[in-house]
Design a protein around this ligand. Structure first.
Ligand code: UDP
Ligand code: MG
Length: 137
């Protein structure tokens, strides 16, 4: 079994899409092992996305991620990382497959409703960014 970090981003939480998005994950075999709602500071958003610090969209992305609450979730499944990224769809909703979360709900390439770890290495740093071992059961 593998674990991945999912985030329901501010654009989706503010449009009351938490339930729809978790339902799509669960229907696709991703089990929720930890879950919470929180409002990141700008600094916390910058810390989470530090790998993108040199990218031109970093300032705008971290403003967006700290504008209002998010929901963070640990999913568990066989191949959870790939499975969740498939349910999410491509980063740019214009390129996302039919039926994916980003095709259904994303507003644009930045306000794209969800995050998912992209490798076992990123999952192993992203999960503890939000959850202690005692919170994942
Ligand atoms: N992003 C953006 N403009 C871009 C590429 C990415 O605003 O041209 C944002 C978008 O919210 C994306 C996040 O930065 O989800 C992280 O980018 P990444 O390439 O890691 O995409 P993801 O892994 O989320 O599909
Ligand atoms: Mg990424």
């Amino acid at each position: 079994m593998e674990r991945t970090l999912g985030i329901i981003k501010p654009d989706a939480v503010s449009r009351n899409l938490i339930g729809e998005i978790l339902a799509l994950a669960e229907k696709n075999g991703l089990a929720v092992r930890a879950l919470k709602r929180l409002h990141l500071t700008k600094k916390e958003a910058e810390g989470f996305y530090h790998v993108h610090a040199e990218r031109p969209f970093f300032g705008s992305l971290t403003d967006f991620m700290s504008e209002s609450p998010i929901v963070v979730v640990v999913f568990e499944a066989e191949d959870a990382i790939a499975k969740w990224r498939k349910v999410m769809g491509a980063t740019d909703p214009a390129k996302a497959d039919e039926g994916t979360i980003r095709k259904l709900y994303a507003q644009n390439i930045e306000r794209n409703s969800v995050h998912g770890s992209d490798s076992p290495e990123s999952a192993s740093t992203e999960i503890p960014y939000f959850f202690s071992a005692l919170e994942i059961v």
